[in-house]
Ligand binder design. Structure first.
Ligand SMILES: Nc1ncnc2c1ncn2[C@@H]1O[C@H](COP(=O)(O)OP(=O)(O)OP(=O)(O)O)[C@@H](O)[C@H]1O
Ligand SMILES: [Mg+2]
Length: 438
């Protein structure tokens, strides 16, 4: 597998020096370090891959994936040249994968910018093309604010192209690494986790299991701190129908892989384990299961052995957050929270309550601000009217009020242009009156 070996000799590894590569499906359950085997993703017995389905079974799966979604009808497949419709940016790519490059593109007619994932067909084994088509089928059917949108696909002899929503904010991996001590504040982590969970709940309701949750597979819409987070890379995803045999293929990424995946018999709960690992990492900047080599990590994963260390960091983290993680990193899948249960966990609900409270407070402050501004506006208007009346009735005699030479003022005051005078006057002395109030 391509996982970077840790240079850290401690039991837990810091986030910053690691970048995890995807483990490719393997029939070996002992390790993820085996090469990308010929086994179809989902393995024998999975049997509900979109790519493997024909006739009625396939139609059922598509309906299930695409229900309540307009996207599946809107994503267009083209066989023409991508460059006829788009200008491909020649700059640095947005990202790269084992067999793909992701670049910025601009639509020739609308000028709108998108991300283009170009997968080189001669770089992947023929049976993996089916996996890629499955990724496309799955993505077509998804429409959620925290999941990347697929708009169009193109295909030529050498590439399959996916035109996607453009995200310029980089990967969660980098954003976390950029934080002080490579960790988010607890409210920020809770906010991101609740959005990630929302995307998981959405795909699980449609029987899609992502199977490769990791820091690199969440990206941000833009570089700002309020950017929306988006789940990407459905390359290892699978439609897992109810009553279907469990999934068997051993795949994923060492730090995040669930114990039942290593055992080669699992359901959608494996994504919740991945989310537990992510929540842990986001709160303390370290992985819960870590070691120098993959086997060291996987040994801990299999028994679900982790603790809230370093203690000096976890001491300041709420017991609700720790409980949330403890209920996800459970080896027994029946005891592990589902996405829906996790959404109802106190760590999530308290966070949502606090967010609503903060929004209410902002609105109150805004309303209070508006009331005082309104009072100021009434006062200033009254002053203006009074001055205007003074000018109207007393003409040039009132010029001493504003220290304007008597002669020059009289010509304004005796005729209509005294409005103009008042306008300049009000702008000079009460500039905020006309600019800020509304
Ligand atoms: N819509 C997008 N906007 C901006 N950047 C993106 C977008 N999609 C992907 N990227 C970047 O490209 C990287 C690779 O994309 P992706 O994860 O989909 O490929 P991959 O499946 O990991 O590749 P491979 O299967 O070949 O290993 C991502 O980690 C991300 O940094
Ligand atoms: Mg990826």
């Amino acid at each position: 597998m391509g996982l970077c070996a840790s240079s850290n000799t401690t039991a837990t590894a810091s986030v910053s020096p690691h970048r995890n590569k995807k483990a490719k499906p393997s029939n070996e359950s002992a390790t993820l370090a085996t090469s990308y085997s010929g086994a179809a993703s989902g393995g024998p017995g999975g049997g509900s891959d979109l790519s493997q389905m024909t006739g009625r079974g396939r139609a059922i799966a598509l309906k299930k994936v695409g229900e309540n979604s307009f996207m599946s009808n809107l994503v267009q497949a083209h066989s023409g040249s991508i460059t006829a419709d788009y200008i491909i940016d020649s700059g640095a790519p947005l990202g790269t994968g084992m067999s793909c490059v992701v670049k910025r593109i601009t639509h020739r007619h609308t000028g709108k910018k998108y991300a283009l994932k170009a997968v080189r067909l001669n770089r992947i084994e023929p049976d993996k093309i089916a996996d890629l088509r499955r990724e496309i089928e799955i993505m077509k059917a998804l429409d959620h604010p925290n999941i990347i949108k697929l708009y169009q696909t193109f295909e030529d002899h050498s590439y399959i192209y996916m035109v996607m929503e453009l995200c310029t904010g980089g990967e969660l991996f980098d954003r976390l690494a950029d934080q002080k001590n490579a960790k988010f504040t607890e409210p920020k982590a809770a906010d991101l986790v609740s959005k990630m969970l929302s995307s998981l709940n959405y795909i699980h309701l449609r029987r899609v299991c992502h199977r490769d949750l990791k820091l690199e597979n969440f990206i941000f819409e833009h570089p700002g701190s309020d950017a929306e987070i988006k789940l990407i890379d459905f390359g290892l995803s699978k439609v897992y129908m109810e009553n279907a045999a469990n999934m068997k293929a051993v795949l994923g990424t060492s730090y995040y892989v669930a114990p039942e995946v290593l055992a080669g018999n699992y359901g959608m709960e494996c994504d919740l384990w991945g989310l537990g690992v992510l929540a842990f990492m986001m709160l303390c900047g370290q992985a819960p299961f870590s070691g120098d080599e993959d086997p060291d990590i996987l040994k801990l994963v299999k028994i679900g052995k982790f603790s809230f260390v370093p203690k000096n960091i976890w001491r300041n983290i709420s017991s609700a957050a720790k409980d949330f993680i403890s209920k996800l990193l459970v080896v027994d899948v029946k005891a592990r929270m589902t996405a829906q249960e996790a959404l109802q966990h106190p760590w999530m609900t308290e966070h949502r309550d606090q967010k609503v409270l903060a929004m209410d407070q902002n609105e109150n402050e805004l309303a209070e601000g508006n009331t005082s501004k309104e009072k100021r506006r009434v006062f200033l208007r009254a002053t203006m009217v009074l001055l205007w009346l003074l000018l109207l009735f007393f003409g040039g005699n009132c010029c001493h009020i504003v220290d304007v030479p008597k002669g020059s003022c009289t010509c304004f005051c005796c005729t209509g242009p005294n409005f103009l005078f008042l306008f300049f006057f009000s702008n000079l002395f009460f500039p905020s009156t006309n600019r800020n109030i509304r």
